[in-house]
Design a protein. Structure first.
Length: 117
């Protein structure tokens, strides 16, 4: 039969795994933000970035999206980059709010183990 401390420990491990997944997602977003800022003046690379995103997400009308991206001016592409960076920053902020503090579970687990529960 499982002890309550084992159940708390398993729950704590699950929460830590969830927090780790959130952190990995945030790291990916931060890498994209960094790349977009480094290539802010390289319009062809930015167009390629948006086209790759559409292709990887299996955008239904890729050809229309391709024509749309190629019709944008440099200032419009940079405006799209600014919007994308803002959205990524908001996503990171939201992800951080979804993390769960595991300290109470660690304390409960420690106390239960101390009294052999």
């Amino acid at each position: 039969m499982y002890k309550p401390s084992d159940i708390i420990k398993t729950f704590d491990d699950f929460i830590e795994y969830n927090n780790l997944a959130i952190e990995e997602h945030n790291n990916g977003l931060l890498q994209d933000i960094r790349w977009l800022r480094e290539n802010y003046n390289n319009i062809y690379s930015l167009k390629r970035y948006f086209l790759d995103c559409a292709y990887n997400n299996r955008y239904a009308n890729y050809r229309e999206y391709f024509q749309y991206i190629n019709s944008l001016s440099a200032a419009q592409i940079q405006n799209e980059v600014d919007k994308t960076i803002y959205i990524f920053c908001q996503q990171i902020k939201y992800n951080e709010s979804q993390k769960i503090n595991t300290t109470p579970f660690k304390i409960i687990d420690m106390l239960l183990k101390r009294y052999n529960y």
